[in-house]
Design a protein around this ligand. Structure first.
Ligand SMILES: [Zn+2]
Length: 426
């Protein structure tokens, strides 16, 4: 793959590289680098020239609920716990039906493709069969990422409450099957959150994590009612986050925890020590009245962060909008807390590309154009943007900012996954 255009990427938080009329070169699925002149050995290779269009790394969604895509924009007047009971659980129960799951997951993957998200870390439902189907669909469509069968054996409606032993057996079976049959989609252990999983289930999952060296994803400190419930359920634990660690569900460098709004100091310390990837979903946090994650404070404390959609608590599939929302919410936070300096646009791009793309649970890093990264890219421009730029020319970084704040899938002209053009999956 050789693409020519205005190439932008963020090798570090807050540092944007901009190269106009440059070449992005990939050897097979892997980035070789960005060059001002075409390397000599590429002279006779075809170049796809996108003119003035921007070429940026494809988005990586570190926290998304695949079955909930059908609820996007619905039920936003509830807080977390009533929202789960009234909206989420009834929808997830439908995934016992393979035909329904097939249609819903195809629609979900099409939506991610449209939005420019080519890698993700997704929750499925408790249903092993439908989860495996989602993994196969995602693999065949050309995505990369991690998918987890949700585990729930308490505080859930009857239709979604699992038998503990069966839940563990199905989890192990899926993890092993994914390892032997899939290349780009891996399995991630997915206890929904502490209130949904008994100590016996968490202990069993922790043993599987250790035995097979699996990654883990879950939720932590999202909502005050939820935090109080965890304290009630686990008076023995030092904190909410410590419950996961106590059960072996926080493997170092292989854990994604969503939200992390109400972390205490010992929890910040624990998450840093375990190199947890914190998935920050400001749109979801606003929709469910959860609170404002102090992004600047967590980043300054050395936590690894990503901005994620949390579909369908976050109502938009496109991470461009969530990146802008993270900046907006950080500005509101700065008004109330002077030390909470706002995020800015290059940081926001990092948080939806390299930040999550380097999660060690993925086989190969993505989200940047440094050598060795998976060559996942978006071409951003097209007629809409060109018409505006003709009236009033903009710098590359202004055009990036406009895409994050006011653009959408209509502005994505092409998507490349692992060095190859990726067409609409279904
Ligand atoms: Zn979530």
């Amino acid at each position: 793959m050789i693409l020519r255009g205005t190439v932008i990427w963020t090798p570090a938080l807050g540092r944007a590289e901009v190269r106009e009329r440059a070449y992005l070169v990939a050897d097979g699925p892997t980035v070789r680098g960005v060059f001002d002149q075409l390397p000599a050995d590429c002279a006779d290779k075809p170049v796809t020239d996108y003119g003035d269009a921007l070429i940026i790394p494809a988005f990586v969604d570190a926290h998304v609920h695949a079955p909930q895509f059908l609820n996007a924009g619905i039920g936003m007047d509830d807080e977390l716990l009533p929202w789960l009971n009234r909206r989420t659980f009834p929808l997830e129960a439908r995934f016992a039906d393979p035909a329904f799951a097939d249609r819903a997951y195809r629609a979900f993957l099409n939506a991610l493709w449209e939005a420019g998200t080519l890698r993700f870390c997704a929750f499925a439902t408790v249903h092993a069969r439908a989860t495996w189907h989602l993994m196969q669909l995602a693999e065949s469509a050309g995505f990369s990422g991690l998918v987890g069968k949700v585990n729930m054996d308490r505080n859930a409606p009857e239709a979604l409450t699992e038998d503990t032993a069966a839940s563990l057996a199905q989890t192990e079976e899926l993890a092993l099957r994914a390892r032997s049959e899939l290349r780009n989609i891996g399995f991630i252990v997915t206890p929904r959150f502490v209130p949904s999983t008994t100590p016996a289930l968490m202990e069993g999952l922790g043993a599987l994590v250790e035995k097979h060296q699996l990654p883990v994803q879950s939720h932590v400190d999202e909502n005050r009612g939820e935090v109080a419930l965890v304290r009630e359920l686990h008076p023995e634990a030092r904190s909410y986050a410590h419950v996961y660690d106590d059960f072996g569900l926080m493997p170092t460098g292989r854990t994604v925890l969503a939200h992390a709004i109400w972390l205490t100091d010992p929890e910040v310390e624990l998450l840093r020590e375990k190199r947890v990837l914190v998935a920050h979903s400001p749109q979801s946090n606003a929709n469910l009245t959860s609170g404002i994650m102090p992004a600047r404070r967590w980043l300054s404390a050395g936590l690894s962060c990503a901005v994620a959609s949390d579909l369908a608590a976050g109502s938009d599939a496109c991470l461009a909008r969530h990146a802008a929302c993270a900046v907006q919410v950080s500005k509101l936070n700065q008004v109330s807390h002077a030390e909470e300096t706002a995020l800015h646009v290059p940081e926001a791009l990092y948080l939806v590309t390299k930040g999550p793309g380097c999660f060690a649970g993925f086989a190969q890093p993505s989200g940047s154009f440094e050598p060795g990264f998976r060559a996942d890219a978006l071409v951003v421009g097209g007629e809409r943007a060109a018409a505006l730029d003709e009236l009033l020319p903009r710098t590359p970084l202004e055009r990036l900012e406009r895409f994050l704040y006011a653009g959408d899938s209509r502005d994505i002209c092409a998507r490349y996954a692992a060095g190859a053009l990726m067409e609409r999956p279904f």
